[in-house]
Every structure is written in structure tokens, then in C-alpha cells.
Write a protein that binds this ligand. Sequence first.
Ligand SMILES: *[C@@H]1O[C@H](CO)[C@@H](O)[C@H](O)[C@H]1NC(C)=O
Ligand SMILES: *[C@@H]1O[C@H](CO)[C@@H](O)[C@H](O)[C@H]1NC(C)=O
Length: 302
Amino acid sequence: MGNAQGLRKLVSLMITSCCGVTDVSLEAIGKVCINLKQMCLRRCCFVSGDGLVAFAKSAGFLECLQLEECNRVTQAGIIGVFSNCGLKSLTLVKCMGVKDISLGAPLSSPCNSLKSLSIRNCPGFGTGSLALVSKLCPQLQHIDLSGLCGITDAGLLPLLQNCEAGLLKLNLSGWLSLTDEIVLALTRLHGATLELLNLDGCRRITDASLVAVADNCVFLSDLDVSRCAITDAGVAALSHAEQLNLQVLSFSGCPGITNKSLTFLKKLGKTLVGLNLQQCNSISTQTVELLMESLWRCDILF
Ligand SMILES: *[C@@H]1O[C@H](CO)[C@@H](O)[C@H](O)[C@H]1NC(C)=O
Ligand SMILES: *[C@@H]1O[C@H](CO)[C@@H](O)[C@H](O)[C@H]1NC(C)=O
């Protein structure tokens, strides 16, 4: 390490496709780069869970950790990282080595610094892992769990209940098993803070969820219910909400929305800057043209 001075100043580091990086070298990086705040490891096939924990301990100022396709990283490794409690943001993408184990072991103290958690397309991350995370990270505000389709309503509920700070952003796109029950719980628990909700592809979500959103969400500005089981009644409920100020709304791939929604969409459109009606096959081009005429400020995709 000839250029140790430079390494000490390093704040952000990204290591891609580097199978030369081992647990030992990773820990060394943590020790030398004492100011490291952001670390991204992509396709680091030799980094294990233990290596990750050792790194997180040695990198004392680490705030943001992102792991993509690091397939030797385990659930224990992820949980161990939370003991490095300066971490504010953790992202896991396609880490296939994470397997769902319900640990009976006593938990470490909570990681109150973690605000943002993103776990995308890690099929092994299941109900047990989510239960652990919900106990360990009570201050989460941004959660992206898109593509974790193996988890049910019951698996998600503890996480929603344990978020003490109030959720701001939640992305559950692709959760096929999700039902209106959990959206009802979500809006009851976090309707006063929620700004973004993505339920794209949650096919069992119906108008009942939109009624709950309309009744409980005060600050929601971005809503995506594409490919859900939404009909005109749901659009009507949203348009009747008193306090909603939606800016971006996506209904793409909702064949239950028809020409009858024109007046409701016009009403919703007063605050919208973006409206996605792609693949809404029951709405005619003529209806969309009428909508475009009255909503000239809003960008409409059809
Ligand atoms: C939600 O997740 C999907 C799938 O990973 C992604 O394409 C989308 O950009 C995310 N949306 C938001 C608002 O984070
Ligand atoms: C929608 O309205 C147009 C005329 O505005 C009509 O031609 C079309 O058949 C209607 N589509 C449906 C699905 O009702």
C-alpha cells in the first residue's frame, strides 16, 4: 500500500467483478481507508458473510453499503453488518447466497442509524430474515423489497409495525401474494408519513386498497398500482380523497379501468405531473385525447 495517504482520504469506493478481493483484503481496505463512507461491491465472488462483518467493523465511518451479486454473502453476514451501527443505508441486489434461517439466538442491540433498506431480487431472503430486520432496524424510512415475492402479508406486517420513525417510501413491486389487508394496515400505520408507494404487479390488490389510501394518506405524491386488480371504482375513490395531492400516478396494465374513469382522472389530474395509462386496454384513444386536452400540464403515457 504505497499510496496510503490517498487511501486514507477515500470516501467512496466501488469494486466490480473483482474475484481477487478476498475477506482478508476487504478487511485491510476497511482499516486503511479510514474515511470510507460508501462502499459498493459488485460480483465479488470470494467475499463471505464473515468477511463482510469484519470489514464493517474495521470501516468505522461506513454509512452506505451496497452488495450486488455477491453470492457467498450469507444471512448471518447481513445481520452482522448491522452491529456496525453507523450504517445508514444497505442495499442487496441478487445475492443468491442469502438463505432464510430463523435464528433463535439473542439479538444484538438495534441499529438505529439505518434509514434505508433495499433488498431486490434476493429470493432466499424470506419471512425469517425480514422478522430479524424488523427487530434490528426500527428507524427505517425507505424500504425497497421489490421482487421478494415469496413473502406474504403476515411476513411483512411485523416490519410495518416496528418502523417507529414513520415510513416515507415503500416499494413492494412484484409481490404476487400481497393482499388489500396489508395495504389497509400500511395506510393505518404510516398514512401520515408515506410519500411513495409502489405496488406494481401485486395482482391481488383491488379497489379496497385505493379506498384505504384515499382515506388515510396525507402526503402521498407517487403511487404505482400498475398490473393490480383496479377498476373504475378505485379510481373514483382516489379522486374523491380530500387531502391527497398525487403528482405521479401509474395505472398501466389495468384492464378494469374504462372510459368511465374519464371524469375521475380529470379530477385527479389537477395535481398530477405524470399519469401512466399504458396497456389500459379498456380505455379508448378518444378518451385519452379528451384527457390530454384538459390536462395539458400533465405528462400522459398511453
Ligand atoms: C421499485 O422497484 C422496481 C423493481 O425493482 C423498480 O423498477 C422501480 O424503479 C422501483 N421504484 C421506486 C419508486 O423505487
Ligand atoms: C370508450 O369510448 C369510445 C368512444 O368515446 C368507444 O368507441 C369505446 O367503445 C369505449 N370503450 C369501452 C371499452 O367502453
